[in-house]
Design a protein around this ligand. Structure first.
Ligand code: MCF
Ligand code: FE
Length: 409
């Protein structure tokens, strides 16, 4: 049993409560809050976790959308327009993935851990990230492992199913509290309905989480809504008279009653298509700036009452996998939001909300929740300013605990 105290405890509950000079007792889970003196009297054998006098404690961050197989990208992929990027991905993905060796992926996971992340949602395109993710899951990183399916060619359906099944079934063998197999249906423009339905039937059968990219870019929006634009022109190089597989509304219907994270949704206005009980939106501001040609309307999205949370996306469309960097990007992106209110909302969007989207008993400092939390040192600051000052100034944790166990950094 342990006891830890902080200058400010960001509970990351719905009201964004901040406790000042308070402590809590924890084992694998959080057991009790109070003043350190009182708790020490009640639990004289509890071990002290030493903290700085200006420390901040908050739930470990959850980054539900990474592509670690693209970790080797820095200057290879092309940004500014989605098809430009997609063509560069198709050209360079085998080379990039071969360069993203286990060591590089582990290094990137470690970096995320140092930036306060305790859980990742990894979109696995090829399965070459499996070993690194398994190792990380033994060292305190919780991994939701989304096996990706995609393919548009009617003639290759069986081949694609078999290749997906092999990766998927292999990941199922390692299922544990820290390694959670899941499914990613890549997108409406890249996944044939036969493949999408095949994967989603498995998600229903095994009760698995699902992730999908949705209405991310200008070209995708025109393609799905009007069957026109750059996608059509590009596809005409391969097939005569190409048509989208779905309308956006029909695509969403495939995910009925399945817990799904819809990533991006920059061009979604019809929030009512999504089901609040099952669906959430992963917002990746940095990635959107590089690929989407439009800014996600955070105000409208939050007003819809849907669960909106943050993700970094991969180094395929970002320069950092740190959720803190992503929060700073969000501060600049959403300029019409009140700065202080946005700061505390962003912290919820990296803790409480993704935990709900991923069905995790974490993301909040609360009795009964897993003791997944980080300790940061921050200079002296006023309580109301603390969430913003924390986002502006924090880079690395002092300590991070997952399920009550300190992770070695
Ligand atoms: O989220 C970004 C942009 N949108 C779509 N896909 C990806 C992103 N980063 C990496 N990807 C991967 C995706 O998982 O790139 C491939 C897929 O394997 C694109 S489709 C050939
Ligand atoms: Fe992505």
């Amino acid at each position: 049993m342990y006891i830890v105290s902080a200058k400010y405890l960001f509970l990351c509950d719905e009201n964004f409560t901040i406790l000042e000079n308070q402590a809590f007792i924890f084992k694998e889970q959080i057991l009790e809050f109070g003043k350190s003196e009182d708790l020490l009297k009640k639990y004289p054998k509890a071990q002290w976790i030493k903290t700085d006098q200006n420390s901040i404690i908050l739930p470990a961050f959850i980054n539900p959308h990474t592509h670690l197989e693209f970790s080797a990208n820095s200057t290879t992929l092309h940004f500014g327009e989605f098809l430009l990027w997609l063509k560069s991905v198709i050209e360079s993905r085998s080379f990039l993935s071969a360069k993203a060796k286990e060591e590089l992926i582990i290094q990137n996971i470690k970096r995320m851990q140092k930036s306060g992340v305790g859980t990742i949602g990894e979109i696995s395109s090829f399965g070459s990230d499996l070993q690194a993710c398994l190792k990380a899951s033994e060292n305190g990183m919780r991994v939701v492992f989304f096996n990706e399916i995609l393919g548009t060619n009617e003639k290759q359906i069986e081949e694609k199913k078999a290749e997906f099944l092999q990766r998927f079934e292999n990941s199922l063998k390692y299922k544990s509290e820290f390694f959670i197999p899941a499914i990613s249906v890549h997108s409406a423009y890249s996944t044939h309905p036969k493949l999408a339905c095949f994967a989603l039937d498995l998600a229903r059968k095994y009760d698995l989480l699902v992730s999908t990219h949705f209405l991310e870019s200008k070209v995708e929006n025109i393609w799905l809504r009007k069957a026109k634009g750059g996608f059509k022109k590009w596809l005409e190089n391969f097939i005569a008279n190409p048509k989208p597989f779905y309308t956006p509304k029909d695509y969403v219907k495939l995910f009925k009653n399945i817990k799904t994270l819809f990533t991006h949704c920059v061009y979604l206005k019809e929030y009512e298509w999504l089901d609040k009980n099952y669906h959430s939106i992963t917002h990746c501001a940095f990635s959107n700036r590089l690929l989407s040609q439009k800014t996600f309307n955070l105000k409208k999205a939050l007003q819809s009452g849907l669960n909106i949370h943050l993700g970094t996306d991969g180094l395929s469309s970002n320069i950092s996998l740190s959720i803190l960097d992503e929060m700073r990007a969000n501060l600049l992106t959403h300029q019409n939001e009140d700065l202080l209110k946005l700061a505390s909302r962003l912290l919820q969007m990296a803790t409480l909300y993704p935990a709900k989207a991923l069905n995790l008993n974490a993301g909040e400092i609360k009795v009964g929740k897993n003791a997944d939390f980080s300790i940061f040192n921050l200079g002296e600051c006023e309580k109301k300013q603390a969430p913003l000052q924390f986002i502006l100034n924090s880079k690395e944790v002092e300590k991070i605990f997952i399920k009550g166990k300190e992770c070695s950094l």
